[in-house]
Design a protein. Structure first.
Length: 98
Protein backbone atom coordinates (compact mmCIF):
# COMPACT_ATOMS: atom_id res chain seq x y z
CA UNK A 1 0.00 0.00 0.00
CA UNK A 2 1.22 3.56 -0.47
CA UNK A 3 1.33 6.24 2.19
CA UNK A 4 -0.04 9.06 0.04
CA UNK A 5 -2.79 9.81 2.59
CA UNK A 6 -0.42 9.51 5.53
CA UNK A 7 1.43 6.68 7.21
CA UNK A 8 -1.19 6.36 9.96
CA UNK A 9 -3.96 5.90 7.38
CA UNK A 10 -1.96 3.24 5.52
CA UNK A 11 -1.28 1.34 8.74
CA UNK A 12 -4.92 1.52 9.80
CA UNK A 13 -6.10 0.21 6.42
CA UNK A 14 -3.58 -2.65 6.36
CA UNK A 15 -4.49 -3.70 9.88
CA UNK A 16 -8.22 -3.43 9.30
CA UNK A 17 -8.05 -5.47 6.10
CA UNK A 18 -5.93 -8.14 7.78
CA UNK A 19 -7.90 -8.10 11.06
CA UNK A 20 -4.73 -7.47 13.10
CA UNK A 21 -3.18 -4.62 15.04
CA UNK A 22 0.27 -3.09 15.04
CA UNK A 23 2.76 -1.69 17.51
CA UNK A 24 4.87 1.14 16.14
CA UNK A 25 8.49 1.50 17.26
CA UNK A 26 8.52 5.30 17.49
CA UNK A 27 12.33 5.39 17.52
CA UNK A 28 12.45 3.52 14.19
CA UNK A 29 10.33 6.03 12.26
CA UNK A 30 12.56 7.63 9.64
CA UNK A 31 12.20 11.37 10.23
CA UNK A 32 14.60 13.29 7.99
CA UNK A 33 16.66 16.02 9.69
CA UNK A 34 15.10 18.67 7.46
CA UNK A 35 11.61 17.65 8.61
CA UNK A 36 12.67 17.72 12.26
CA UNK A 37 14.25 21.16 11.86
CA UNK A 38 11.32 22.57 9.88
CA UNK A 39 8.42 21.05 11.81
CA UNK A 40 9.93 20.94 15.29
CA UNK A 41 7.46 19.34 17.69
CA UNK A 42 5.05 18.67 14.81
CA UNK A 43 7.51 16.42 12.96
CA UNK A 44 5.82 13.23 14.16
CA UNK A 45 2.42 14.56 13.04
CA UNK A 46 3.89 15.33 9.62
CA UNK A 47 5.22 11.78 9.34
CA UNK A 48 2.00 10.12 10.51
CA UNK A 49 -0.63 12.39 8.98
CA UNK A 50 1.10 14.31 6.19
CA UNK A 51 0.10 13.23 2.72
CA UNK A 52 1.38 12.90 -0.82
CA UNK A 53 4.46 10.91 0.24
CA UNK A 54 3.95 8.01 -2.17
CA UNK A 55 6.12 5.58 -0.26
CA UNK A 56 5.27 1.91 0.10
CA UNK A 57 4.06 0.42 3.37
CA UNK A 58 4.49 -3.34 3.58
CA UNK A 59 3.70 -6.03 6.08
CA UNK A 60 6.05 -9.00 5.76
CA UNK A 61 7.26 -11.94 7.84
CA UNK A 62 10.38 -11.05 9.86
CA UNK A 63 12.87 -12.87 7.64
CA UNK A 64 11.46 -11.37 4.42
CA UNK A 65 11.35 -7.88 5.96
CA UNK A 66 14.99 -8.06 7.03
CA UNK A 67 16.08 -9.38 3.62
CA UNK A 68 14.18 -6.64 1.78
CA UNK A 69 15.48 -3.94 4.10
CA UNK A 70 19.06 -5.03 3.43
CA UNK A 71 18.46 -4.48 -0.29
CA UNK A 72 16.47 -1.21 -0.17
CA UNK A 73 18.50 1.77 0.95
CA UNK A 74 16.39 4.12 3.07
CA UNK A 75 13.83 1.51 4.07
CA UNK A 76 12.92 0.95 7.71
CA UNK A 77 11.17 -1.65 9.83
CA UNK A 78 8.91 0.51 11.98
CA UNK A 79 6.93 -1.95 14.05
CA UNK A 80 5.35 -5.34 14.49
CA UNK A 81 1.97 -6.93 13.96
CA UNK A 82 -0.10 -7.58 17.07
CA UNK A 83 -3.28 -9.62 17.53
CA UNK A 84 -5.32 -6.43 17.87
CA UNK A 85 -5.14 -2.69 18.41
CA UNK A 86 -3.12 0.17 16.97
CA UNK A 87 -0.86 2.30 19.08
CA UNK A 88 -1.56 5.41 17.01
CA UNK A 89 -3.04 8.69 18.21
CA UNK A 90 -6.68 8.62 17.08
CA UNK A 91 -8.80 11.21 15.34
CA UNK A 92 -6.31 12.77 12.95
CA UNK A 93 -6.45 12.28 9.21
CA UNK A 94 -4.73 13.74 6.16
CA UNK A 95 -7.07 16.27 4.60
CA UNK A 96 -6.74 16.97 0.89
CA UNK A 97 -6.95 20.69 0.09
CA UNK A 98 -6.74 21.67 3.78
Amino acid sequence: MDSSDGLADALEQLCRASKVGCAIDWQALPIPDLVSKTAGEQALDWVLYGGEDFELVLCLPDRAALALQSQLRGSAIIGTITPEGLNLPQGKRFQHFA
